[in-house]
Design a protein. Structure first.
Lengths: 444, 462
């Protein structure tokens, strides 16, 4: 696809004397239907394309993008990128050649998804809402009952002859409900993502969402102090989603990560292993290559508590005299950066139940709020609103709310004393099992 | 942008299965970003966003499609997709568009492309220099310069046909102070619905110095105490408390679903009687203003709360149909890629008569949150949280020392009743607000206020 446009760019680059460049094109189609009170609440289709150009002049990079793909717009995009390269006074070597070859045959596109009739998706979304409402009288409202799917096509070419593309798709279901008793309202949500429409099971999703809202009703306040904290798998993944940037080589090189100079050192408890795997079977972000066209791989970031690697693109890798880990990321509108693919904390052997009984009492956290405001991704400090359960003698005693949990992410990783076997990925493709942290400060 | 006759055909096509309403939104935006890091310009990117969004209503059901194929074929294909999603019973009417253009109170004096790049770069460097000169603790300064010109065309099957041109200027500065293993950030992001004249008026030295000063102050500060305290929240960005704790829950997006704690509270006392709160999209050249909203309705000044009594929600077209009230010109969206929904514009608590000194001397032990950080809220429950960017301890009626790392958590319904004093130093601050219809420019604002009790999450027990 888009051979003609890429041909134009090649010709135009030549015409304007541009020798080093790359082109990134993404085309995505998306659909979603949301149900409210048994009827369609919203229904969205989209079909969009964008193309980003990176021009490199004497190791200086200029960017531009366009959503118009006619020859004239492509020409002005190329000229703009060239102009931008002349403003920048920051030299940085970009590697466009000698990428290792890609051999992976990944299962990331399911043709059958295209054939699911819209009526079936509507039916499933209606079920999502109904099942949650039927679960208990106290479930009074399901503000979000959503079924959707998306399909993306990526094409990357550069002046060194690279020209690759792939397509990927997926579908998802999401249920968010409110449970009410007296004046107290609690919320619960659950989501599922798959490349097989049959895996999106309204009963699993909505029962889970409803249960999560209900079990928090009757919450009490908790006395300020230090407690052992059990983060359930979703909240452990939320923590990792908030702080993954400390692993970005770009952040490290720019002095925005506390992991600078820590390679090979113990930065977490020896039971902690963190992995980024772009080839993970059934991973949401599984892909043959990254946004520079560099092949995907599995990268151990932390092995037995020791920092093994950062996440690299070709630019940061060259500076650290290492190889890219295939974690270049960009959208056609943005400059090149670094993102995880499928990032997760490796599950342990104990069950979540075992973790409850490690201490005579502990707090289990099942909801967190304020990730973008209460967390400093540079210093690692966090202070977040939380809800969960007070646990004693190995089991939940009662729900708790209206408190904050605070600490520092790096210190937290050293204080992880238990890891369960219940690894769960969020839609962000970041996953974790439940983790038990020895001691965190709670204020209520 | 495109011919009127084609717009009429697209709207007609979108109605062809019996829909009640159709709307076409067309956008052509040019934006440009320059970033400084390590005292160097490290990034310069510009681009063109161009596309169309088509929306139809079947009763209260909204169907939306967007595409950046704005050829006749592309638009008709998108119109067909939305019309085919449902079957309605409305008979087809002839659409006859008459163009209405509103006089804009938001004058643009200096277009961005008339200013040489060297001037913009010199401005960015002068902010950086001012920050670094403030203190040797400043280890990094990140500056993002942003300019955007957005041209929109909105037409609908009710005959509306209008256009708006919006020009945005903003610079976001983060200064990072570093000592041993500790880092703290001080940020400011002034902006306006203006051309380059905004940057001409900006004082780069002050901007650099203010962010650096805050970062250093917090770096050397002790951790904030934990517990329940009275708290004073500073003016300008302190308005994020109202934005999060109350504003989002007054958008029809959550009200129409009964998913807001304020859904059934119109004309009732929801706040202390000292509070009057306003959402105003008409303030000339303010960051959150515009002549018309993204559904083509002229923006308004909407009194949300008058002396503690809830007077109005923020209402878009669809939300208004659902709750039976007309639009307040609050239908907004990030771009053609989003269906519009009710959003805030410039939202603020109105000025009062107390003084900051009176507030401080009324507190035996508490926190003065002079500058707030960001926050978020869950409209269904009203639970919110936000970070304190620059905080001080108050002991025995006096501000004693800076404290860092505090988070304020609570519930919107409760806190509105606990605001007991309001000073007379109303100011606003610019931000980007993210919600269902994307990330849009909004202002928050307030005078300095006192809250009688709030949960502070710090790192130390009192």
């Amino acid at each position: 696809m888009f051979e003609k446009e890429f041909q134009h760019i090649q010709e135009l680059a030549k015409k304007h004397g541009i020798q080093h460049y790359d082109v990134y094109l993404s085309k995505s189609k998306a659909f979603s239907v949301k149900i409210f009170r048994r009827d369609i609440d919203s229904f969205n289709y989209s079909d969009s394309i964008g193309l980003g150009i990176r021009v490199i002049l004497d190791d200086i990079t200029g960017y531009s993008y366009t959503e118009k793909l006619d020859r004239e717009s492509l020409e002005s995009a190329i000229l703009n990128a060239k102009k931008n390269a002349k403003i920048v006074d920051f030299k940085e070597k970009v590697v466009l050649e000698n990428y290792p070859s890609i051999s992976e045959d990944l299962d990331i596109y399911n043709k059958d998804l295209l054939r699911i009739p819209v009526e079936d998706k509507i039916k499933k979304a209606k079920k999502l809402e109904q099942i949650a409402l039927d679960y208990d009288k106290k479930i009074v409202n399901v503000p979000h009952a959503l079924i959707g799917d998306n399909e993306s096509f990526f094409k990357i070419a550069n002046s060194s002859g690279l020209n690759k593309e792939y397509s990927t798709n997926a579908c998802y279901g999401f249920s968010f409900c409110l449970a009410k008793e007296g004046e107290e309202t609690k919320s619960g949500y659950f989501e599922a993502l798959s490349r097989d429409f049959n895996d999106i099971k309204p009963k699993n999703i909505s029962n889970e969402a409803a249960q999560k809202a209900l079990e928090l009703l009757g919450a009490k306040e908790i006395k300020s102090g230090n407690y052992p904290i059990l983060f359930n798998n979703e909240m452990a993944a939320t923590l990792l989603s908030t702080f993954w940037r400390i692993f970005s080589a770009k952040n490290v090189q720019e002095g925005q990560s506390l992991l600078k100079g820590q390679l090979g050192k113990n930065i977490a408890h020896s039971i902690v292993n963190i992995i980024d795997d772009a080839l993970l079977n059934k991973g949401y972000n599984t892909r043959p290559f990254d946004d520079e066209g560099y092949p995907s791989q599995k990268t151990e970031l932390i092995a037995d508590g020791v920092l093994q690697s950062f996440l690299h693109n070709t630019i940061t890798a060259l500076k650290d005299d290492t190889n890219s880990t295939g974690n270049a990321s960009r959208s056609y509108k943005s400059t090149i950066n670094i993102s995880p693919s499928n990032l997760y904390i490796k599950p342990g052997l104990s069950s979540k139940n075992d973790l409850y009984s490690k201490f005579p009492k502990c707090l289990e956290i099942v909801q967190l709020s304020g990730m973008h405001s209460g967390c400093n991704t540079i210093s690692g400090d966090f202070s977040m609103g939380a809800q969960g359960f007070y646990c004693e003698n190995g089991q939940r005693k009662y729900p708790i709310h209206n408190f904050t949990v605070s600490g520092n992410f790096l210190q937290l990783m050293k204080q992880i004393v238990g890891i369960a076997d219940d690894l769960k990925f969020k839609l962000s493709a970041i996953g974790a099992p439940s983790i038990l942290v020895e001691d965190l400060s709670i204020s209520g | 942008m495109i011919k009127k006759s084609l717009i009429e055909r697209v709207l007609q096509k979108a109605l062809s299965n019996g829909a009640d309403f159709s709307e076409l939104f067309l956008e052509d935006s040019i934006s440009s970003t320059i970033q400084l890091l390590d005292s160097k310009i490290v990034k310069s990117i510009n681009g063109n966003d161009y596309g169309a969004g088509i929306r139809v209503f079947y009763g209260h059901k909204a169907i939306y499609a967007f595409t950046n194929d704005v050829s006749e074929k592309g638009l008709l294909k998108a119109a067909e997709a939305v019309s085919g999603a449902q079957i309605g019973d409305k008979s087809l009417e002839i659409i006859d568009l008459t163009e209405t253009l509103y006089d804009s109170p938001h004058k643009i004096l200096i277009p961005f492309d008339s200013v040489p790049h060297q001037d913009k770069i010199a401005l960015i460097h002068s902010i950086d220099t001012a920050s670094r000169n403030f203190s040797a603790y400043i280890s990094q300064v990140s500056i993002n310069y942003m300019e955007k010109a957005q041209q929109v065309m909105i037409a609908n099957s009710e005959g509306l046909f209008t256009q708006d041109h919006r020009t945005y200027a903003r610079v976001y500065v983060s200064s990072i102070a570093h000592k041993d293993n500790q880092m703290q950030t001080g940020s400011e992001g002034p902006g306006a619905l203006m051309g380059y004249e905004f940057f001409n008026k900006l004082d780069p030295e002050e901007l650099g110095r203010t962010t650096a000063e805050r970062a250093v102050k917090m770096l050397l500060a002790d951790y904030a105490p934990s517990g329940k305290f009275p708290i004073i929240i500073g003016n300008a960005f302190g308005g994020v408390i109202f934005h999060e704790a109350c504003g989002h829950s007054l958008e029809t997006t959550s009200v129409a679903k009964g998913a807001s704690v304020f859904a059934d509270k119109l004309e009732t006392q929801i706040a202390n009687s000292c509070i009057t709160a306003i959402d105003d999209g008409t303030i000339p050249n303010k960051w959150g203003s515009s002549t018309i909203d993204d559904e083509g309705s002229p923006t308004k000044r909407t009194v949300l709360i008058d002396k503690g009594v809830l007077k109005s929600f923020m209402i878009d077209k669809l939300g208004g149909m659902k709750i039976g009230t007309p639009s307040t010109g609050s239908g907004r969206r990030q771009s053609y890629k989003f269906a519009p929904t009710s959003r805030m514009r410039n939202t603020f608590i109105n000025t009062g008569t107390d003084t900051i000194d009176d507030m401080i001397s009324s507190i035996n032990y508490g926190i003065y949150a002079k500058k707030m950080g960001g926050g978020s809220v869950q409209p269904g429950t009203g639970d919110f949280n936000f970070a304190v960017g620059e905080g001080y301890l108050i002991e025995k009626g006096k501000v004693t020392k800076p404290v860092r790392g505090a988070t304020l958590i609570g519930n919107g319904r409760d806190i509105l009743k606990k605001i007991s004093m309001i000073s007379n130093d109303l100011e606003m601050a610019e931000g980007m607000c993210g919600s269902q219809s994307g990330s849009i420019p909004t202002c928050v604002g307030q005078p300095t206020i006192k809250v009688d009790e709030i949960v502070v999450g710090g790192r130390k027990e009192k």
